[in-house]
Design a protein around this ligand. Structure first.
Ligand code: SF4
Ligand code: SF4
Length: 249
């Protein structure tokens, strides 16, 4: 029997699910290998009670999400998270800074407490349940998605690249953007995108999350010695990483 797969979204703009529709040439091959029981972006029916693989997009922002994730974890043999929001908390996790109720009060005034009810500090899926496979990035890379899904279906190990992006950027013979006076997050960020943005002349914004091998403390020290504003670097890192993760290194 083909593995039964569900695709579920938490808090996100559905961009990574849209990326899945862009697989075009390979999508039919993939669909031939699985029983796509539910795809939130494309299905009008309800999510089934039984399935084997759950693909989850989006950050956790509500108590409802927490319950859904616990249910998913108790049913699915494999949980695969896709996109920055699900993997690192992404942009939604920026709202996790400080007091949540104060944030809602700032935006919604006296209705803030009502709007905040049932909501939790936004974060990644792994904060709530164990995750078996990850596809980082904003949005995901379709080739990487297919590779990780194939590994998930075959039960192969999930090995994300460990080294920071600079290692790959150097092999592309790019002129370092710091030499052009720009702040680039390549020395902090997990590679695997082929140094896509920097090869096009745009600084890395860190959408793939922190690299396991990144030495955050040393990088900050060197940047401070070179006269860069560490608060600004930290602000930029906080777009796709939670501060707790950045400063726990
Ligand atoms: S441009 Fe960015 S990714 Fe490339 S070497 Fe410089 S800091 Fe690293
Ligand atoms: S270069 Fe940086 S921002 Fe661009 S895709 Fe790669 S990790 Fe994401």
């Amino acid at each position: 029997m083909a593995p039964r797969v569900v695709v579920v979204s938490l808090a996100s703009d559905f961009g990574c699910q849209v990326q899945m529709t862009n697989i075009e040439d390979d999508l039919l091959d993939v669909l031939g290998l699985i029983d796509l029981s539910y795809w939130q972006l494309a299905s009008s029916g309800h999510m089934p009670a039984e399935y084997d693989v759950a693909i989850v997009e989006g950050a956790v922002t509500t108590e409802e999400h927490v319950e859904l994730l616990k249910r998913i974890r108790s049913v699915a043999d494999v949980v695969m998270v896709i996109g920055a929001c699900a993997v690192t908390g992404g942009i939604p996790a920026m709202a996790g800074e400080g007091d949540l109720e104060q944030r809602f009060a700032y935006v919604y005034g006296t209705d803030g407490a009502n709007v905040a009810r049932g909501r939790i500090s936004p974060g990644p899926v792994k904060r709530i349940i164990g995750v078996d496979y990850e596809v980082p990035g904003c949005p995901i890379d379709t080739a990487e998605f297919l590779r990780v899904l194939s590994h998930a279906l075959q039960g192969l190990a999930n090995r994300l690249p460990q080294e920071p992006l600079c290692a790959i950027c150097k092999t592309k013979e790019n002129v370092c953007l710091f030499d052009k006076g720009q702040i680039c997050l390549g020395m902090f960020t997990r590679t695997g995108c082929g140094a896509r943005c920097v090869s096009l002349g745009r600084p890395c914004t860190g959408c793939r999350g922190l690299a396991a091998d990144a030495n955050v403390e040393s990088a900050m020290k060197i940047l401070a010695e070179k006269g860069y504003d560490i608060d600004e670097v930290t602000e930029r890192l906080a777009v796709f990483n939670t501060r707790e993760e950045v400063f726990s290194r």
